[in-house]
Structure formats: structure tokens, C-alpha cells
Design a protein around this ligand. Structure first.
Ligand code: DGJ
Length: 741
């Protein structure tokens, strides 16, 4: 890995064994893009290969008289609008005279080993300086005096690059950022399909593919959080690329608030990809001396298809975005009471459920919504984070100690960003919510959003949560968020500061997470937003796992977990076995299938064990002991998607240990076919030179190359809808010729 600056040609080359990223300082002093893709040998003089337009360009606008440099035709690193480039820009900076014209030119750069933290924002990191190198390019707009720092970090072991931009008002007048994207990148040509994760509550993150076409195509959120509708993740793949082969360019934004990601293809084949904070509702005034840091964006380039791309994100986000002691630790198997009790529980029923859970091997009891204030429905109580003594006479402290005494950890649900109008907190501080004076607040789940852009509001919530965590034995906190932001206005801010509210709100959320984790470093945070409406890399930096969806039906979860795995590691995907008929879709699936889907996530249960038969409880005890035995592999192995649940009546995926010695593969028959063909599943990631004992198929011993090229027979063959087969493979002591049918 290296970052080279060729002074004579003013070219930057960032590369590792797999990728190269090349830029140049152009003749007008601005930073131009040259190449991003498979690794190239380092050499200088590549600027000659740049997209200098040839032939007649009737509408071209040139940078000066006598020059043929037309900014509309040449890709730039962080493009502006107003001087001849007519595409959507990376930034808009309005100056005192009302103009947004700027000209940021190269001043200097520095290259250093490792990576710096981003002020107030979650970001990828390194644990040693050998893991990455960083380039910071300083540019300046001479007229306004504003400076711009573009940061690029290349990771040594991954085909990944992290980018962000920082504005510093080193001038003498205020300026206002109207748009400040995290990055702009150019695809090499226009021959791509665009894939993004789209959905809604209960069906989050379905992969959606469309052909890249001239014009702007975009995804984003203006809901205040990243949302269930679109995820801050976007990729471009060659039309023939699939899960296993082909070129993929992917971009992910480490951010949980309003975002915009778009591709703009022009009639000349230039395709500009932008990612960052959504400009709608955003404006940020910078007084002289003030700075603004954008969130970080991550680019991954893969020639190994979608799985290769995902595996790079899994490693980076699982190991160098998630933090804290839980990052690499096997996660506790939980029972969460929400789907079995809703708001209707008391200490006795909770302890009865916990006792059975303990006997089955469950490790943590998570008490969900309804334990606090006047919370007997979703109409009251949010904001009052003290126990409802009618339900829990000994409070959370007493209950947590009783659960701990049983030998289980205790987890608790909170929704820190919200308040019900029917709550003591709201009665005491009606002005603490986001609202526009004299205007009504659009209702949603009978709750209002606390104004987390105000430090004093965040501090007050921090005090309440701190007291709660200090006074009880709480190992796990499920942090929920159940409404989108509307009337996003902060009464303590000046009119010209209102464009800061959405972003400051999310910074407040990050600050609260960080503060609580600093006080309680052993705490395991699980993020949640009506299921998966804030499942994004920003939250992942604090909460290493997230409740993936309120839809726990096994068939629906196959799709949701499949889509989620495109960008996020299995160790971040919280997945529970729930009762049938399923609450969301009414489907009845076997207990085995429900568990064998949830096992490819952070495993747990969401049902009433005491309402099950003895046989069902025995089956559950078996599932739990299997997960405990193979949890490291399930949560942290290399994950491969094999068959898409969106393709038809079946699905499959697998995980392989780092050494290649162990693997678990799962095949799901969604809709059975009579008299079907004998099924074989082509496995991936095994050692072709080793033989594997296949548990789940009568202990067959089979060479790795055969399993990958010919396939693993699916036996016994599925005989009904919604069935699953799980295969545990481990390398045989002696390799080779013991292959038997
Ligand atoms: C939405 C979450 O996704 C559920 O799991 C549950 O915690 C409810 N909120 C509680 O209100």
C-alpha cells in the first residue's frame, strides 16, 4: 500500500494490492480525477490519458482564453457549479454578496500513516498505522479565503477507500454551505447497472437494480434518519456481474441522517456519483474561523462480484467501524418479550419467561417497551425513564438483579430521542421538542421528537439514562427510534441557523451514544428504529448490532437479511425466532426454518417459551446449543450469498471460518416443487485441497473442490414449503481420497 505524489506531473496515486486511485492537479490548479479501479503499476504521466475533449464542443466553456480545458467534460474530485460544469455539484458555498461561484485550487498536501478521527462523527479507524495511509489535499478559494481539505484513506488489506471533505472559513466574512457532499467519484464509463437497497417498514433493504441511464438517478432520505425506504448504500455493477464474478463499484455513507446518493450520467458518458448529507433542508453558516466536517463515505471496488464487494464491507465495518469490547465477541443469545407480551406484563410474568429461557440456555433477557412511566400503550410515558412500579414493584434495579441471580444478563429497551405529550418530561419541558411555534405538530405514534440539536436536551436525557444504567445491572440496551422527523425547527436557534437542525440532531444522537459508552464501556448497544429504519454504518459505529426488521417471518427475513448482507456484516444483523402464525404476515413456518434463518444473524428469540409444547422446547434447547457451539463461525465467518430468495422458490447462503477449516451452509426451500430435480448446492470459499466431513448429510466426506465445482447434494430432499437444511462442514484430518457417496 502506498500514496505517491509525482511532483513533476502533479499526480497522486493511492494504491494497494487490489486497487488504484489516481488524481491530478489540473492546469487551472483544481483537483481532477484520472482513474479508480483495479490496481495499476505506479508510473507518472497518466494525465495524458485523461478525458481531454477532442473535436468540436460547441457549448464548451473553457477555463481561460486559449485553453481547451472544459470543466463540463473533465472529471473532477470535488466539483463546483457556476464556471462551466453543468452537472450537479459536490458543494455550494454562498458568499456574502450572494454568489456561489468559487475556484478551489491546490495549495499543498500531506500524506501520513494511519487515519485520524473525524470530529463528532463516526468513521472507520485503524488500530495500527500499517493498516492504512491517508492523503489530505488542501485547496483554497482565493477570493473568499475559504479552505477545503479533501481526505482520502486507503486501507492496506481491503479494496476500500474512505473519503470526506472539510471546509474551513479562513476568510474574513461569513459564508454559508448550501450543499457539502462527502465525496464525488466518476465511473470509468456508462456501462453499469445501479443497485440500491430499498423498501419500507417490514420489508427493508430489498436489492433493486436498474440500468444506468442518461440523467440523474438518486436515492435518499429526508425523514431525519437514514430510513426504511432507502439505505445509504449504492453500487454500480457491470451488466454481467453476479454474486461471484464481475466488476462492482460500491459506495456507502457513514451517516444516520438525511442523505442523498446519486449518479448523473451525461450524454458524453461521464458518470458522476455523489454521496453525502441531503442538501434539502441543509444550510450551514460558517463564521470566520469555523469549520464544517462532512460525514465519511467509503468506496469499494471488487472484481469478485457482489460477494467480493460485500466481504470487503463486512471486514471494514465489522472490524474497523464497530468499536468496543463487543466488536469481536460472541453475542449473547437473547429472549426479548415484545412479540409475546407487548405492553401487558408484570414482574411475575417476566420472571416466569426468564426462568424457562434460562433452562433452555438463553443468556440474556431483554425487557422491551412498556416498563416505565405511565406506559401501558404507545400513548404515554416516553421520556419518563423510571420504572412503572405497578408492573415492576422492585424497579429495574430489582428486576435486573433477580434476572442476574438466575445466571442471565439483563437488557432493557429505551427510546431516548422521543417523548409522549402524556409524560412528565413533556409537561415539564414542552419546548424541548422539534416544532415550529404557532404551528401544529404532525402526529406519528402519539409521540414527539426531542430536539437533540440542543446540547442541554441531550445532556438531560444523558442524565436520566446514566442514572438508569448506574442503578441497575444492565448489560444490553436496545435503543429504539419510532418516528420520522417533521416540523424540524429548533426554537433556540436563529432563523439562519435552522438549516443546521437535521444534521445537529444526528450529531446529538452520536454524542449521547458516545458518552454513555464511555461511562459504561461493557454495555452492548443494539440500535433499532421501528425495526430497520436506521440500519446504517453511522449507528453501527456505536451499536455493533441492529434490530434488522420487525418482520420476523422466516421467508420475509430471508429477503431482508439477504439484502442487508450486501453492505453489513452478519454480526450486525439481529435476528430472532418468533411465534407462528407470524404477527406481520400470518405465515406458518417450521420452528427449524425460523431458527436456521435467524442463525445467520445475531441469534435470539421473541416468543413465549411457556406457550410451547415440550417437544418445541427441546428443539429450541438443541438450536441454542448448536448456536453456542458455532457462534464464532456464524457471526464472524466469511459470508457468502449463494442463491437469492428473490430469484424463485429457494435461497442459500453459507459462512466459512478464516482458516477455511469449518463452514456452515444453509439451503431454504421456499416453495416446494413436486418431482423436482436432485438438488446440489455449489459451495464457496472452501479449501479445494482439503476434504470436509459434512454433518447434516450423514457424515459424508467430500473434497473441497468437488463441493465447490460439483456441489453438495441437498439431502434429505425438501418435502414441503418453507423447509430448510443446514450443513456443518469441517475439514477431515487427512485430505484426499476418502470421498464416498
Ligand atoms: C419497534 C421495535 O422495532 C420493536 O422491536 C419494539 O421494540 C417496539 N418498537 C416497541 O415499541
Amino acid at each position: 500500500m502506498a500514496i505517491i505524489y509525482h511532483a513533476s506531473t502533479r499526480e497522486f496515486h493511492l494504491y494497494n494490492r487490489r486497487i488504484s486511485y489516481i488524481m491530478q492537479v489540473m492546469e487551472n490548479g483544481q483537483l481532477g480525477s484520472l482513474y479508480f479501479g483495479k490496481k495499476l503499476a505506479d508510473r507518472q504521466g497518466l494525465r495524458g490519458l485523461g478525458r481531454t475533449p477532442s473535436g468540436v464542443r460547441p457549448h464548451a466553456v473553457f477555463v481561460r482564453e486559449g485553453s481547451f480545458l472544459s470543466l463540463n467534460h473533465v472529471p473532477r474530485e470535488y466539483p463546483s457549479y457556476g464556471t462551466g460544469d453543468f452537472h450537479d455539484p459536490a458543494f455550494v458555498i454562498e458568499q456574502e454578496n450572494g454568489s456561489s461561484v468559487s475556484n478551489f485550487t491546490y495549495v499543498s498536501h500531506k500524506i501520513y500513516a494511519g487515519k485520524r478521527e473525524l470530529d463528532g462523527l463516526p468513521a472507520t479507524y485503524t488500530e495500527s498505522d500499517t493498516e492504512a495511509d491517508t492523503l489530505e489535499v488542501l485547496l483554497e478559494d482565493a477570493v473568499s479565503g475559504v479552505r477545503l481539505i479533501l481526505r482520502y484513506t486507503i486501507f492496506s488489506a481491503l479494496p476500500a477507500l474512505a473519503r470526506s471533505a472539510e471546509f474551513v472559513n479562513a476568510g474574513t466574512c461569513p459564508v454559508t454551505l448550501k450543499r457539502a457532499m462527502s465525496m464525488s467519484v466518476n465511473l470509468p464509463d456508462a456501462d453499469f447497472d445501479m443497485l440500491y437497497l430499498c423498501g419500507a417498514w417490514g420489508r427493508e433493504r430489498y436489492p433493486t437494480v436498474r440500468r444506468l441511464a442518461p440523467g440523474i438517478q438518486s436515492i435518499g432520505s429526508m425523514r431525519g434518519i437514514s430510513s426504511a425506504e432507502y439505505n445509504p448504500f449504492l453500487l454500480f455493477k457491470r451488466p454481467g456481474a453476479d454474486e461471484f464474478a464481475g466488476e462492482v463499484y460500491a459506495c456507502s455513507l457513514i451517516y444516520s441522517g438525511n442523505f442523498l446518493m446519486q449518479a448523473e450520467m451525461d450524454p458524453f458518458g461521464l458518470t458522476r456519483v455523489l454521496a453525502g448529507i441531503h442538501p434539502n433542508g441543509f444550510s450551514w453558516r460558517l463564521q470566520p474561523g469555523e469549520r464544517f466536517q462532512t460525514p465519511e463515505a467509503v468506496l469499494v471496488y471488487s472484481r469478485e462480484g457482489l460477494n467480493g464487494m460485500s466481504q470487503a464491507f463486512h471486514r471494514l465495518y465489522g472490524r474497523r467501524l464497530a468499536r468496543g469490547p463487543w466488536r469481536d465477541r460472541e453475542r449473547p443469545i437473547v429472549i426479548n418479550n415484545w412479540e409475546s407480551t407487548g405492553f401487558a406484563f408484570d414482574e411475575k410474568s417476566i420472571l416466569a419467561l426468564a426462568e424457562t429461557a434460562r433452562k433452555l440456555g438463553v443468556e440474556c433477557f431483554v425487557l422491551d417497551d412498556g416498563w416505565f412511566g405511565g406506559r401501558n400503550s404507545d400513548r404515554a410515558g416516553l421520556g419518563d425513564w423510571t420504572a412503572n412500579r405497578k408492573k415492576l414493584p422492585d424497579g429495574i434495579g430489582g428486576l435486573s438483579r433477580k434476572i442476574n441471580a438466575m445466571g442471565m444478563k439483563f437488557g432493557l429497551w429505551v427510546e431516548p430521542e422521543m417523548v409522549n405529550p402524556d409524560s412528565n418530561l413533556y409537561r415539564a419541558h414542552p419546548d424541548w421538542i422539534l416544532h415550529v411555534p404557532e404551528r401544529s405538530i404532525s402526529p406519528s405514534r402519539h409521540q414527539y421528537v426531542l430536539d437533540f440539536s440542543r446540547p442541554e436536551v441531550v445532556d438531560a436525557v444523558y442524565e436520566m439514562l446514566h442514572t438508569l444504567l448506574k442503578d441497575a445491572d444492565i448489560s444490553y440496551l436496545k435503543w429504539d427510534m419510532n418516528r420520522y422527523l417533521t416540523e424540524c425547527y429548533s426554537v433556540t436557534k436563529q432563523p439562519w441557523e435552522q438549516g443546521k437542525v437535521f444534521h445537529s440532531y444526528i450529531l446529538g444522537v452520536y454524542r449521547l451514544c458516545k458518552k454513555l459508552l464511555a461511562d459504561f464501556p461493557a454495555l452492548l448497544l443494539e440500535s433499532c428504529a421501528s425495526g430497520g429504519a436506521r440500519f446504517d454504518p453511522g449507528m453501527l459505529a456505536y451499536a455493533p448490532q441492529a434490530w434488522c426488521s420487525d418482520d420476523t417471518d422466516a421467508v420475509e427475513r430471508l429477503k431482508i437479511q439477504y439484502g442487508t448482507s450486501l453492505a453489513y456484516p452478519v454480526s450486525s444483523i439481529s435476528a430472532h425466532v418468533s411465534a407462528v402464525p407470524n404477527q406481520q404476515v400470518g405465515r406458518v413456518t417450521p420452528l427449524q426454518t425460523r431458527a436456521e434463518v435467524a442463525m445467520f444473524g445475531v441469534f435470539g428469540y421473541e416468543l413465549d417459551f411457556n406457550a410451547l409444547t415440550v417437544e418445541e422446547r427441546q428443539e429450541i434447547a438443541g438450536q441454542i446449543s448448536f448456536v453456542k457451539e458455532h457462534r464464532k463461525l456464524l457471526e464472524y465467518g466469511t459470508f457468502w450469498r449463494l442463491l437469492s430468495p428473490f430469484g424463485g422458490g429457494e435461497a442459500a447462503w453459507m459462512t466459512v471460518s478464516e482458516s477455511g477449516e469449518e463452514a456452515i451452509a444453509a439451503y431454504y426451500c421456499i416453495l416446494n416443487r413436486p418431482n423436482g430435480e436432485a438438488k446440489r448446492l455449489k459451495l464457496k470459499g472452501l479449501n479445494p485441497d482439503r476434504s470436509y466431513i459434512v454433518d447434516g448429510d450423514r457424515g459424508t466426506v467430500c473434497p473441497g473442490d468437488v463441493l465447490m465445482e460439483f456441489g453438495l447434494p441437498i439431502r434429505p430432499e425438501p418435502s414441503h414449503d418453507f423447509s430448510s437444511r443446514l450443513f456443518y462442514l469441517h475439514a477431515a484430518a487427512d485430505a484426499g481420497d476418502d470421498f464416498k457417496k
